[in-house]
Design a protein around this ligand. Structure first.
Ligand SMILES: *[C@@H]1O[C@H](CO)[C@@H](O)[C@H](O)[C@H]1NC(C)=O
Ligand SMILES: *[C@@H]1O[C@H](CO)[C@@H](O)[C@H](O)[C@H]1NC(C)=O
Ligand SMILES: *[C@@H]1O[C@H](CO)[C@@H](O)[C@H](O)[C@H]1NC(C)=O
Length: 600
């Protein structure tokens, strides 16, 4: 009954739109003129300032994310195939199965197309994702302003001097609200440069030139007791392999297994630096390299080694060798140059990368990404759409690691941007997405302790997923009233796990530099996961896929629980690490040998 009247409603909507095309029927235009706000900021996002109006004839790709009609079914399927106690464990979905679950309802497509047509745009000329849930249409600023009832401006980022074309708010015809998840670029201002904050060179920290001192660790089973004390002040692959118990494992599925590192605008992984790194710290790997894949004109300038890119690739390679590694250099083509009339793409890095990777025939089983923003600076509709794309990637069988952030419970003044300027802990995104595995930071060895900058906390956007409900409620009970009112007790809590995060010896431009940040933790953890995936594949088993349901249940015994240290911020002591899960180091750091036994 309901179905039928809905269908009638839509066909009359379509009819009205067609009539509108023919004779500009005033009723039809009224329908599309009925705009309702989709997302609005109350103030220009911090760090940005208004530069001036966007040129009316500047053109860009407008990405429209349609609501995924059966998304709840996709999430249910993701949890089934990721839960080691479920009969479907490991039976990851095919691309076709995922596409069927994320496809929009045909009515949503029809309505969107009539709206585009009413604005003189040809729906058949749009680019679309495999499932049809993303529609990309090239528009001018003037056109977009009319469609979204908004004003596009050029905004300048104070520190990085990046310019972007964005809006303070945007609207959609009310009839489209229940069909459209997000339109971009609109109110998400994040740029790669501001996201790069998660890795920094440590001035005055010691560097070492070779690993010769602990070459003996590269042979035979290791135990935590044999991790040399030099690892307290300088981290190398040998330290991490000993600490996380991978030294004695020889990868056996390198023909099938691979590890992907997602890098963004102007961060180039340098091949010569990797060889220097290998000669010093991983001599058996000398002569091997990684593959670079350029996404959306990401570039591969070998004269500009990136700190983040080199850190990431040197440590994923350093741990997972000889597993093939792929570095994804994602661009947004040149950033917007004000006063230049040349059309450019506007940077929508996560969407570019995710839509690219989801369309590949071969997808790496393990990923590491070391970028993030304060969650409140990412509009909820945008964050939800990106997070849902990670769920798709997990359902296909990939394990996705993100660094947890480098500001403890929050950097700066921690004021909310809703106009009330309330002090609250500031969670990070995508770390707060429930469909990724978030990696916090530790420091020192024998024992490892939480590093004070380890990002951790509770999402204000995403509710707590059931896989972590026991672990997190146990923590909250112990926490009592501490930090009450500063964080969201029902939110998705992170990090999930941790790994070393300071004094990483990284070769940059031929020189060894010490680098710190949870940017180091994510590739380290991903290196260990790649070896676990190698083990699974070499046993003829499917890869691990989305890790969290496993690590919070049968996998718990495979972690070294980190029980001291804290992550201060926002003028507080933050949270403290303790027995069991905590929002500083999660479940702890990995013990490959133990995890291997648990997943065998
Ligand atoms: C949208 O932003 C403009 C400034 O660009 C402002 O004048 C207007 O009031 C805002 N509308 C809403 C609904 O926030
Ligand atoms: C707390 O998180 C929930 C999701 O679990 C969300 O719906 C709610 O709006 C959040 N509260 C605040 C104050 O951000
Ligand atoms: C390391 O892995 C081995 C198996 O390879 C296991 O027996 C041992 O318990 C693990 N942990 C430590 C601390 O040695």
């Amino acid at each position: 009954m309901l179905q039928r009247s809905v269908a009638m409603f839509w066909s009359s909507a379509l009819l009205l739109a067609l009539v509108h095309l023919a004779v500009a029927n005033p009723l039809a235009s009224k329908r599309w003129d009925d705009l309702e706000v989709k997302h609005a900021w109350v103030e220009v996002p911090r760090g940005w300032e208004l530069h001036g109006p966007a040129p009316a004839d500047y053109t860009f790709d407008m990405r429209i994310g349609l609501k995924q009609d059966r998304f709840d079914d996709l999430v249910a399927a993701l949890y089934e195939v990721s839960d080691p106690s479920h009969e479907k464990y490991g039976q990851h979905l095919t691309k076709e199965e995922v596409a069927a679950l994320v496809a929009p309802h045909p009515n949503s497509v029809d309505l969107l197309e009539s709206w585009l047509a009413a604005h003189g745009l040809d729906p058949s000329a749009c680019q679309r994702s495999r499932a049809g849930d993303w529609v990309i249409v090239r528009v001018s600023v003037a056109q977009a302003e009319k469609m979204l009832g908004t004003k596009y401006n050029v905004y300048r980022h104070g520190k990085s001097e990046d310019y972007v074309v964005r809006t303070m708010n945007y609207s959609l015809p009310s009839a489209l609200h229940e069909h459209v998840a997000v339109v971009a670029p609109t109110t998400y201002f994040g740029t790669m440069k501001s996201m790069k904050a998660t890795s920094f060179i440590q001035k005055n920290a010691p560097t070492i030139d070779t690993d010769a001192d602990f070459a003996h660790l590269l042979k035979g089973p290791s135990s935590l007791a044999t991790v040399p004390t030099s690892c307290n002040s300088a981290i190398t692959p040998a330290c991490l392999r000993a600490l996380y118990n991978t030294t004695s494992y020889t990868p056996a599925a390198t023909d099938k297994n691979s590890l992907g590192v997602a890098g963004y605008l102007n961060e180039f992984a340098n091949r010569a630096d990797l060889q220097t790194f290998f000669r010093r710290f991983r001599t058996d790997a000398v002569g091997t390299s990684f593959t670079t894949v350029e996404v959306n004109g990401g570039g591969d300038n070998q004269n500009e080694p990136g700190t983040e890119a080199n850190l990431d690739i040197q440590y994923t390679e350093g741990i997972s060798f000889p597993t093939p590694n792929i570095y994804y250099s994602t661009g947004g083509s040149p950033p917007f140059i004000p006063d230049d009339e040349t059309p450019t793409n506007t940077n929508e890095p996560y969407l570019d990368w995710l839509n690219f990777i989801l369309d590949q025939d071969q997808i790496p089983q393990t990923f590491s990404t070391s970028y993030g923003d304060d969650e409140q600076t990412v509009p909820l509709d945008y964050a939800t759409s990106v997070c849902n794309l990670f769920a798709q990637l997990g359902a296909l069988g990939s394990s996705i690691m993100f660094s947890s952030g480098d500001d403890g419970v929050g950097g700066g003044d921690c004021e909310t941007n809703d106009g009330t300027n309330t002090v609250r802990f500031q969670p990070n995104f995508p770390a707060s997405c429930p469909f990724v595995t978030t990696v916090g930071g530790t420091v020192r060895v024998n024992p490892e302790v939480a590093v004070s900058f380890s990002g951790g906390g509770f999402s204000n956007y995403f509710a707590r997923p059931s896989y972590q409900s026991t672990a997190v409620s146990t923590f909250l009970t112990k926490l009592g009233r501490t930090n009450s009112g500063l964080f969201n007790t029902t939110g998705r809590a992170y990090p999930d796990v941790a790994a070393q995060s300071e004094n990483f010896q990284v070769v940059i431009g031929g020189r060894v530099e010490p680098v710190a940040g949870t940017s180091a933790s994510s590739p380290t953890f991903a290196g260990v996961v790649a070896l676990l995936n190698d083990f699974r594949l070499s046993q003829g088993k499917p890869p691990l896929g989305f890790l969290n349901p496993l690590i919070y249940s049968t996998g718990v015994g495979g972690f070294n629980d980190i029980t001291s240290g804290s992550n201060p911020g926002c003028g507080t002591n933050g949270f403290s690490a303790g027995a069991g899960w905590d929002p500083v180091t999660g479940l702890g750091t990995p013990d490959f040998g133990k995890l291997q036994a648990l997943i065998g």
